[in-house]
Design a protein around this ligand. Structure first.
Ligand code: ADP
Ligand code: MG
Length: 329
């Protein structure tokens, strides 16, 4: 059984960044306004996420890393109106099969924090009282320690770290009202810091630097209501002629997704104005009526599908075209 669990977990968590994403989403689900991340050796040695969210009750710690342990879904109807990232209760269980997981947590009404360690889905040892602030720290250590082939297939520590930083940056751009920091163990020079009160533009400045931030325009897409969609975004203008790839950041119903047809048609609009080598910046957040979209296909499957996608993508591309050409650059 433990081999099966390990293999299943390895399909959900392919690289440290997948683990980090799950942990960040849990922190956001817990209502955190601050999420602090510490990475050691590209996240392979250590991934640590500390938040100031609601914490976990001591009595829930016993089975925390067992499969289907979730506090987020109470009935079948809930599936339609999920407001949280998680709902499967699979992430922590998976992580505990391919790493050493420890959890330190304190709810507001608990007099102290509690610490618990997990191995292969089970609590290992006793739950110990300790000092700690309100919120939760989850440590994932020695990721893939029992999967040598996966370990060997990973990129270098610095490349895995780069993927992590990119992922944190994307959540930080999208998740207003929440502060993020991402630090590298033993390297005080290295830090990505986005404080919670920062507005959209300032978030982008903190993450990507001033040249994008000063070349941003709002993208408004009217007439999407009939498709059950609202859209909000920021895109780089035609003065922004950068060679570095920021690619395209899409959130659909608060989920970081890829949508190749959308990416292609927006890139197409830019390519009519800018040389092929230049890389625009696009952040777009779509909210689609839940019954019209399929985002929860599989934990690692980020390519999203939705109804009327062609018309919707056309609308967005047209709006981009109009916005770019109407701005006096
Ligand atoms: P899911 O997010 O699908 O519920 P997870 O395996 O990611 O499943 O987490 C299991 C449960 O652990 C969550 O439902 C939540 O109750 C609790 N949990 C995990 N991380 C945190 C956190 N940072 N703060 C509070 N509770 C957490
Ligand atoms: Mg989760």
């Amino acid at each position: 059984v433990s081999v099966v669990n390990k293999i299943a977990a390895g399909e959900i968590i392919i690289a440290p960044v997948n683990a980090l994403k799950e942990m960040m989403e849990n922190s956001i689900d817990a209502g955190a306004t601050n999420v602090d991340i510490l990475v050691r050796e590209g996240g392979i040695k250590l991934l640590q996420v500390t938040d100031n969210g609601c914490g976990i009750n001591k009595q829930d710690l016993d089975i925390l890393c067992e499969r289907f342990t979730t506090s987020k879904l109470s009935s079948f109807e809930d599936l339609r109106s999920i407001q949280t990232y998680g709902f499967r209760g699979e992430a922590l269980a998976s992580l505990s099969h391919i790493s050493r997981v420890s959890v330190t947590t304190k709810t507001r009404d608990s007099p102290c924090a509690w610490k618990a360690n997990y191995v292969e889905g089970k609590l290992a040892g006793k739950i110990q009282p300790c000092a700690g602030k309100d919120g939760t720290t989850i440590q994932v250590q020695d990721l893939f320690y029992n999967m040598q082939s996966r370990l060997r297939s990973l990129r270098s520590g610095s490349e895995e770290l780069a993927k992590i930083v990119e992922c944190v940056g994307r959540y930080a751009i999208h998740t207003r009202g929440v502060g993020f920091s991402c630090k590298k163990f033993g390297d005080p020079q290295f830090a990505l810091i986005v404080s919670p009160e920062l507005e959209a533009k300032e978030r982008i400045r903190a993450i990507y630097g001033g040249s994008i931030a000063s070349n941003l325009i709002e993208l408004k897409v009217p007439n999407l209501e009939e498709f059950g969609v609202t859209a909000l975004g920021q895109v780089s203008n035609l003065n922004f002629n950068n060679k570095k790839s920021y690619s395209f950041i899409f959130f659909i119903n608060n989920r970081l997704v890829t949508c190749e047809p959308l990416r292609r048609s927006l890139a197409q609009v830019y390519s009519t104005y800018l040389p092929k080598t230049s890389r625009p910046y696009v952040y777009l957040s779509l909210n689609i009526r839940p019954d019209l979209v399929d985002v929860n296909v599989h934990p690692t499957k980020r390519e999203v599908r939705f109804l009327h996608d062609e018309e919707i993508i056309n609308h967005i591309a047209n709006s981009l075209q109009e916005t770019l050409s109407s701005v006096d650059t």
